[in-house]
Design a protein around this ligand. Structure first.
Ligand code: SF4
Ligand code: SF4
Length: 105
């Protein structure tokens, strides 16, 4: 299947990398992030420093992608790195420097 044909289908499962997307591409299918690992679409990575984290949960409501993970007690326990878009909002909001963005190696 050509890329043009994939685009015509608007099927996000066809996109395995941002490199598959044409410039200005739009994926209008609702809920597409389940199938599309958008966390790999940026050259950054989010790091959760567990030793610094006091589980205050201030990072949870600010994430626009709902990527902050919670444990059974409802406390922050990590980040869904496969879907985090590396916007850095949680990094700015964490009062304990327990989140940071790093360049991919
Ligand atoms: S805001 Fe920082 S300290 Fe609080 S739960 Fe999130 S990562 Fe942990
Ligand atoms: S960097 Fe942005 S998308 Fe990623 S976990 Fe933090 S707030 Fe969410």
């Amino acid at each position: 299947m050509t890329q043009a044909e994939k685009n015509a289908k608007n099927d996000p499962s066809e996109y395995t990398s941002w490199k598959d997307l044409p410039i200005g591409a739009v994926i209008p299918t609702a809920g597409n992030s389940v199938k599309t690992l958008t966390g790999k679409w940026t050259p950054k990575k989010i790091v959760h420093i567990q030793d610094k984290c006091v589980k205050c949960n201030k990072c949870v409501p600010v994430c626009p992608e709902a990527c902050i993970l919670k444990d059974k007690e409802g406390k922050m326990c990590g980040v869904d790195v496969e879907h985090c878009k590396k916007c850095g909002i949680c990094v700015s909001e964490c009062p304990f420097d327990a989140l940071k963005l790093e360049d991919m190696e």
